[in-house]
Design a protein around this ligand. Sequence first.
Ligand SMILES: [Zn+2]
Length: 191
Amino acid sequence: MSARFPDFRLGKVLATSFTGTLSERHGDAVERIPTPNRLVDWLAVSGLAVESCTTAQLERAWELRESIHAAATAAARRDPLPVSAVQVINDRSTRGRAAAILTPEGNRQWRLGSASSVEDALGVIAADAISIIAGERDGKLALCASPTCQAAFFDTSQSRTRRWCDMNTCGNRQKKARFNAYKHETPGPAK
Ligand SMILES: [Zn+2]
């Protein structure tokens, strides 16, 4: 259906899955939500189905995404939070009108406001970002060790020693690079 767009990388944490829709920020950046419809697709698979999305709403989503990225990166480095990023996150959070709903099976779902609008979905994402940046959730913000990525991710491993935003992409690439470097240094068994 949308084969010409890059796949989504979906993690367990909403806010950092969202920032992951732009990857390789320090290399050849990959935009995974390049069009309003692609944002609609991403929101649907993230439990935030909306009816439609305009170009202006997509631009607000990108602005929120980069603000979360900036604030989460600063938090991971223990730097002061950038004021403008905090303002964007707060604006989006206060403008959303979503409600948490408990299902009969005991799961939480989000019910967006009457228009099921992108603004309501962005409000949920902003609130999720606030909870991890504020340190309210069990885990630690960290930065991906891949030099071309450096994405902020939320490490919920027991040891809090995760190094890559995603084992299947950045982690794998790094392992392969190390393996190739090793082969290069040790050309044969005679050494
Ligand atoms: Zn990464």
